[in-house]
Design a protein around this ligand. Structure first.
Ligand SMILES: [Zn+2]
Length: 392
């Protein structure tokens, strides 16, 4: 029987986290003071050490696994909890996060841990080291508050999310396929809303090849790759469809050598976002099938769809409603948001699990110099995560 939150157990859970808040903060501080930019093996291992130790101390964890990413990129950390007593065959609850940050080594000495006005500033604190600490603390709460989850819990913290999950993706998919529910610790929307829909993303590169010629003496012998690309850019942007949330953006263009030479070559980098797989397929077909306006020019396309869309299915909606009910027992309103940015939640959703994303601590400035969390958000968000783990 999964745990059922009621007004008095909600009150006890909030009291519990108020008492544990100092411990959550000291683990968070230890994590951010161990810098772990994507690709930094030493930092990645050191952060995994801290989290592994804290996880083992909760009394919830039954096994722990560290998987090195190829090319000494870092270490993925995975641990299992509450999976004894014949529950191993059931579908799991997966908690998904990452230990890498976008902040290069040395960011910490420029912008050390600082508390001011109820905000805590530090590189990587919001995306998402405070939330990693909260995930561990939520497991501890389940043990110490006697809220035993109804299904096995898996916590997967990858080390390469910020650079596209090149090796973490396979682990995310492996665990998501076994999961009934996936809770993603990414930052929430600015008003604290969780994310029930994320666009998918793709990245393409288009190259146009023309023929160089003297722009003054014999322009007719030339084929301008720049002109060809200009026409292509108009066509590419027109593939956008605001009614479906599909966007196409040519964000980088380069080409040509000198103003008095007809350009022999041009290149464009294209970012695409879409809400459905159908739209992803349409974009891929249209971009890969690009035909030159000037038949003397040649086009070549590389790249493709990167992350599938995370769609708000009925099971996602039901999971959100469940979380909203728990939040209201815990004394706050939990909104939902749909966003253009993708996360590892997209990979999990494509495996068929019900995904709720943006469950991290509230704050602002992810990836920026003013990155911070709101201290007052720790207790309610930690309580919500613990209640979700215990009740799903
Ligand atoms: Zn993140």
């Amino acid at each position: 029987m999964p745990f059922d939150l009621n007004p008095s157990s909600a009150e006890r859970l909030l009291e519990y986290f108020k008492a544990r808040c100092g411990d959550v903060l000291s683990l968070t501080r230890a994590l951010v003071e161990t810098e772990s930019p994507s690709g930094d093996l030493e930092g990645s291992r050191a952060v995994a050490d801290l989290l592994a130790r804290a996880a083992l101390e909760t009394g919830a964890v039954t096994s722990l696994e560290r998987t090195p990413a190829p090319d000494a990129y870092g270490e993925h950390l995975r641990f299992r909890a509450f999976d004894g007593e014949g529950s191993a065959a059931e579908r799991t609850l997966l908690i998904l996060g990452h230990t890498d940050t976008v902040h290069p080594l040395g960011s910490l000495s420029e912008r050390p841990w600082r508390e001011s006005d109820g905000k805590i500033f530090a590189p990587g604190v919001f995306d998402m080291k405070a939330s990693c600490a909260v995930a561990v603390e939520a497991l501890r709460a389940c043990v110490e508050q006697g809220m035993r989850p109804g299904r096995p819990v898996v916590v997967l913290l990858t080390c390469d999310e910020e650079t596209g999950s090149m090796s973490g993706r396979a682990l995310v998919e492996e665990e998501a396929r076994r999961a009934e529910y996936v809770l993603v610790l990414e930052p929430p929307a600015p008003d604290g809303s969780v994310k029930t829909k994320r666009k998918g993303t793709g990245l393409f590169s288009l190259r146009a090849e023309g023929r160089a010629a003297h722009a003054g003496l014999e322009p007719e012998k030339g084929v301008s790759a720049v002109l060809e690309m200009a026409r292509q850019i108009e066509r590419l942007h027109a593939l956008s469809d605001a009614s479906l949330g599909t966007t196409v953006n040519v964000g980088v263009v380069c080409g040509g050598t000198r103003s008095n030479v007809v350009a022999a070559e041009a290149r464009a980098e294209i970012d695409v976002r879409f809400g459905t797989l159908e739209e992803a397929r349409r974009l891929e077909r249209e971009i890969k099938g690009s035909v030159p306006f000037d038949s003397r020019a040649k086009l070549s396309v590389s790249g493709g769809i990167n992350r599938p869309p995370f769609e708000r299915t009925a099971s996602v909606g039901a999971l959100y409603e469940h979380a909203r009910g728990l939040a209201s027992l815990l004394g706050f309103e939990l909104g939902e948001a749909s966003v253009g940015g993708a996360s590892d939640g997209n990979f999990a959703a494509a495996c068929g699990a019900a995904v709720l994303d943006g469950l991290g601590i509230e704050g602002d400035g992810a990836h920026a110099a003013h990155e911070h969390i709101k201290a007052e958000s720790i207790v309610p968000r930690a309580a919500l995560l613990a209640a979700l783990i215990a009740s799903l």
